[in-house]
Design a protein around this ligand. Structure first.
Ligand code: GTP
Ligand code: SPV
Ligand code: MN
Length: 590
């Protein structure tokens, strides 16, 4: 085992050396490889991944630096039933999380890990979540036996020496251990130990289960740390809206998995909005903390995008198409004969033939999809032509609006604004959304997904609502809170065109933040007044259609409240009374 790859800087941090030694003694790898994040190292790891069939090299003329990975067909999405929050008591994890006592889980996992890396390489992957020098930045070290994970972490985080430099001799880092085992759902656990700042993930090699900086550290452990330290770790995109006059307004938005964050974060406005520009800070996770000036500041802890491929095309998301042309690892997309990639919705005409995500020959007549519905691209954020100049600002960006949203065919209007912070917390806490392919299980079923954090909250959800409510006291300039739904349907079709036209909703939101758009009061909240919502340049979308998209159907809302009650009953022991009062107020308004 050598520290040579650290270069001139020899690692002296005893906590790390000891942990890596212990882990190697348990997992018994053939060798230990310390990642430093250099370009040479990347090339060496890519070479190794291609030689071992983990990655397929794509057409380097068309897609320089791009590779394809096919996961085990039993391992294509986050596995929520296998995800555990192992706090000392069940009550701390709360009723929305799977729980086992830490001792029991450690003992189960130690048995599974014993000798698990025999004949394999153990990669030590140090990484920094957040801009270097940020008071919010956190170090994690992921030990993994997957070269795919090591390479993906290099894209998704600030990986290598920068992490050692941030850490110094401190012991304050997340210990993440990942081993693929035999990639068997029977032996799949994603276990979090918030009190130990530790994660152990076994039996998977897919996305959020194994890129431990993302959902495990930045959200589940992050939310736990945030509660203790006075900040928020959220499943939110961060974008900047620049007006033609140069005014810059930052907005965050929480939508559940595969419900439009990446697309919204990379929005290119329609021609009607000439002179407006959207800048991306982040597409999946926001860490937010009140600043000295009384505003709420947000950083993106990540350095790359792990985006949904299907539906991404030159019209829906031109920036993403530009981003994924280089330096990208695709997972579970289809392969074309010329070494290009394809997925459903990439082009209107499907290719004549392809190799599907399972490695089988595919033609447009095939019954199966060519790309898996949760196929993804992992690309560095540096590729983004609309990357916000403040993305590396250690202080983050000031947030003027927080948007909640869900994927709902019925019930929820296109947009409304909460009356105030407490009401906004209630609106976020009661998000309902149809399940998607981003997690295993049934797709299309409405479930409560509070703040889009149902799968990601590392402690009791009731206490999480309380933490949100309490943050109000530390923020003088409170972000306005909104709710949107791009997915309402009429006769089986989306009512709202979505994507770039979401700019129209965003413009109203920004105008509301600056006090220059009018609104009407409804039982749910404030909605756009007749002349404050810009429909110019969309002849197919009439004011009547907007009225349909904005309809508040009282029968639907009575059913909605009953469904919210189920969540509240489940959380009852820890539910802040404000949530109950807000529910009562809504009932009386309806
Ligand atoms: P995660 O990475 O899983 O957290 O997802 P995300 O919230 O970033 O979702 P993403 O932007 O990748 O969108 C998921 C799916 O929704 C894609 O297939 C998109 O094409 C589709 N989608 C995104 N925005 C819109 C929209 O405004 N309207 C419609 N109809 N579909 C959209
Ligand atoms: C999500 O499911 O919300 C994702 C994808 O962002 S994954 O990283 O696989 O969790
Ligand atoms: Mn996500």
């Amino acid at each position: 085992m050598g520290n040579e790859s650290l270069g001139s800087r020899q690692l002296t941090n005893k906590g790390i050396l000891q942990w890596v030694d212990e882990t190697a003694a348990l997992c018994r790898p053939e060798k230990v490889f310390w990642c430093n994040g250099s370009e040479e190292e990347k090339q060496a790891l890519l070479k190794e991944a291609v030689a071992t069939g983990v990655l397929i090299e794509l057409n380097q003329k068309k897609l320089p630096g791009c590779y394809l990975h096919r996961s085990n067909p039993n391992d294509v999405a986050r596995a929520e039933p296998c995800t555990f929050i192992c706090t000392p008591t069940r009550d701390e994890a709360g009723p929305t999380n799977n729980w086992l006592p830490p001792r029991e889980m450690y003992s189960k996992l130690r048995k599974l890990c014993a000798g698990a890396m025999q004949g394999r390489t153990l990669y030590v992957v140090p990484y920094l979540m957040g801009p270097p020098g940020s008071p919010l930045a956190k170090v994690g070290i992921e030990i993994t036996d997957s070269v795919y994970v090591a390479l993906s972490m290099r894209t998704m985080t600030r990986m290598g020496r920068v992490a050692w430099e941030h850490l110094g001799d401190s012991d304050d880092f997340n210990r993440g251990l990942h081993t693929m085992l035999d990639v068997n759902p029977e032996r799949r656990y994603i276990a979090h130990f918030p009190q130990d700042n530790a994660v152990i993930s076994v039996g998977s090699n897919y996305g959020g289960n194994v890129l431990l900086g993302k959902k495990c550290l930045a959200l589940r452990i992050g939310s736990y740390l945030g509660r203790n330290e006075g900040w928020l770790a959220e499943h939110m995109l961060i974008l900047g809206v620049e007006s033609p006059s140069g005014e810059k307004t930052y907005v965050t938005a929480a939508f559940p998995s595969a419900c439009g964050k990446t697309n919204f974060a990379m929005l290119v406005p329609p021609p009607r909005f000439e002179g407006w520009k959207i800048w991306t800070v982040g597409d999946d996770i926001a860490w937010m903390k009140p600043g000295a000036d009384g505003r709420l500041y947000a950083i993106n802890p990540e350095a790359g995008y792990f985006g949904v491929a299907p539906g991404t095309n030159a019209k829906s998301n031109p920036n993403a198409m530009e981003i994924l042309r280089r330096d990208t690892i695709f997972t579970n997309v289809a392969l074309l004969p010329d070494g290009d990639v394809w997925w459903e919705g990439k082009t209107t005409e499907p290719p004549a033939e392809a190799i599907d995500w399972r490695g089988q020959r595919w033609t447009p007549d095939s019954k199966e999809k060519a790309a898996h519905p949760n196929s993804r691209f992992a690309s560095p954020m540096a590729n983004n032509p609309a990357l916000d100049p403040a993305v590396n600002d250690p202080q983050g960006v000031p947030v003027s609006a927080i948007i909640f949203g869900g994927r709902r065919a019925t019930t929820t209007p296109l947009v409304y604004q909460a009356f105030n912070w407490i009401h906004g917390v209630y609106v976020g806490a009661t998000i309902g959304s149809e399940t998607t392919a981003a997690a295993g299980g049934t797709v299309g079923q409405v479930r409560r997904d509070p703040m889009a954090m149902l799968p990601f909250c590392g402690y009791n959800m009731g206490d999480y609502f309380r933490h949100w409510l309490s943050m109000r006291k530390f923020i003088q300039h409170v972000p306005r809170i909104f709710h949107v739904n791009w997915f309402r349907k009429d006769a089986g079709e989306f009512l709202w065109p979505g994507f770039r036209d979401n700019m129209r909703v965003l413009k109203w939101i920004v105008d509301r933040c600056h006090g220059r758009a009018n609104a009407n009061e409804t039982p749910l909240g404030w909605v756009p007044g007749p002349n404050s919502f810009d429909l110019e340049g969309m002849p197919a979308f009439t004011p009547e259609r907007l009225a349909k998209a904005q309809t508040i159907d009282l029968d639907e809302w009575r059913r909605e409240l009953l469904s919210q009650d189920e969540l509240f009953m489940k959380l009852y022991a820890h539910l802040p009374k404000e949530m109950v009062f807000q529910r009562e107020l809504l009932v009386s308004r309806l």
